[in-house]
Design a protein around this ligand. Sequence first.
Ligand SMILES: Nc1ncnc2c1ncn2[C@@H]1O[C@H](COP(=O)(O)OP(=O)(O)O)[C@@H](O)[C@H]1O
Ligand SMILES: [Mg+2]
Length: 603
Amino acid sequence: MIMIRVTNNSQVDKDDAPQQAPGFHVEWHLRRQRGRSALKQLAQHNTLSHLQVMTGTLLLVAGVVASIAAPLVIRIIIDGYKNGVDGALVGWAIGLMVASAGLTAMGNYFFSLAGLTLTRLMQNKTYATLLEKPVSFFDSHPSGQLAGRLVNNLSLIKEYFSGGYPNLVNGSVMVVGTAIVLFYLNWLLTLMVLITLPIFGIALAMIGPRVVHPVEQYQNELSDYSAMATESFANIRMVKANGAESTFTKNAEEETKSLNRIGRRMAKVLAFVQPIMSTLLLGIIALIFAVGGYMIAHGQMTNGTLVSFILFAFQIAGPVSNFSSYIQTRKAAEGAAASLQDQLNSVVTENNEGKSLDGKEISRQPLQLSDVTLQYAGNRGITKVSLVLQPQHLYALVGPSGAGKSTLMGMIERFYEPDTGKICLGDQPIARYAIKQWRAQIAYVPQVSEITSGTFKNYLKMGNPTATDEQLNAVLRRVDLGEWVNGLPQGLDSPLHEYGNNMSGGQRQRLTIAQALLRDANIYLFDEVTANLDADSENIIRGIMHSLAQDHMVVSAAHRLSSIRDADEVIVLEDGRVTGVGTPQSLSNTNDTYARYLKEQTL
Ligand SMILES: Nc1ncnc2c1ncn2[C@@H]1O[C@H](COP(=O)(O)OP(=O)(O)O)[C@@H](O)[C@H]1O
Ligand SMILES: [Mg+2]
């Protein structure tokens, strides 16, 4: 069937790649097909889930056999009433009913287990793939929204695998098994019942799409809501200082309003599902009674057969109406899988293939940038930067804010690949090395301290997982945090809050420096790391950089000249371009900006 849906772009998923231009669009059924294959691709079965599915299927089939056998035994009991009641048969009927309940429950449980296994695998794979995306991907996706969509989409997929799918298997086995027995009991009546089944199908086909689209929209809106809430919690100081609580509350109210609108659309459709299903079912039972009664009156059917027919009809009513839940969860899962897949495919992951790299071998090689240009979407980054950076040198990167200092460091870290130009280490382009191995050669401290929650020990050990407590303490002492951390009740095991919220700005900066110092690196990149430090701490960090430069390449961005006194060379960046390179002394005569800086800061 070809489905055509006309949508207004203001209504479609805001983040679905490829981005659509505003206006009306015709979507063919391709999206459905894409969803189906996306679901398949995401759900890679493994041995465990296969075993669980097989066990589940066997149990379900056994359960269905028992539940089909029970009405047949009951039929024999009823038809044998004139000769009294056979106690053994009654025992069998009860036993079969209990067994069918037990087996079906176990089968459902195993199917749910398989669903959970698949979901877990999918969760791990999706998160790992997202982390492999380049920094530019995270620049354009708000972290709260990214996390929200990940969680919401995965929960829709989980619902399908652990709810909808087991229902389908259970229901299909039940319906097919029952239909066979019913044919054997009375083919005419069975045909009449079967003819009514397509009505169920048509009802479901009409309801399905009306629910699925809103479900997807609802999940996306929910992610936006969670992104907004996360952002306001993370920036709570700014919010409170500005008295902006009410602004955020209003934004949240707008979000909940549109959530409510979509929810109402879903509710309207869902409200019909149950009554329609019950009415149809009632109609079928009435039909069975009418036709069955007629046949009994004309001696064409026994009472027992009619009773077992009715029992069968009740038995398959559950699975048949569950089929609608199967279709709903399936479609929602397909949509979720397609939108996850879009996200996973939207930007290529960082390429970790390439030459391996020996730290010792490269430690004496210069880093050469030739005509390196990076243009951010809509913003100039750096333009035609050419530089040669030598090992055992301390470089100071100076320039006004927005000049491109952080961008330049990001290029060395390979957070961004140059649009044009290249960066070589010795005579090898750095792009040739496996990206993780390349980064392993570098210790980088970002401009904004990035601190994750956990303990001091966990955080520091990201710099070097094998570091001993002595090494951690030594490095903390080096950045003058030793006494402070050891004075905390749990020392190195004391909790670190999200964003380092339980530390001062200067302590945060020194902690990030300590983490970097634990790395066994050849190149050290410090991005304005002394910005929040007092003069004493700044002197300590300056000393560290100076001693690192005895043996390594050190690049330090700074806007305060005091922190770059010991630089072997100063690189002046302005508006994305290098406007001067030289020793601090020579530059003061040749570079106007540097001379002006000197004058302003020595006043
Ligand atoms: N992630 C980004 N996305 C888009 N533009 C950016 C991004 N990071 C920096 N820029 C832009 O690139 C230019 C250089 O920024 P940056 O390298 O951070 O400067 P600096 O570190 O010297 O203050 C600025 O104009 C800035 O707006
Ligand atoms: Mg910067």
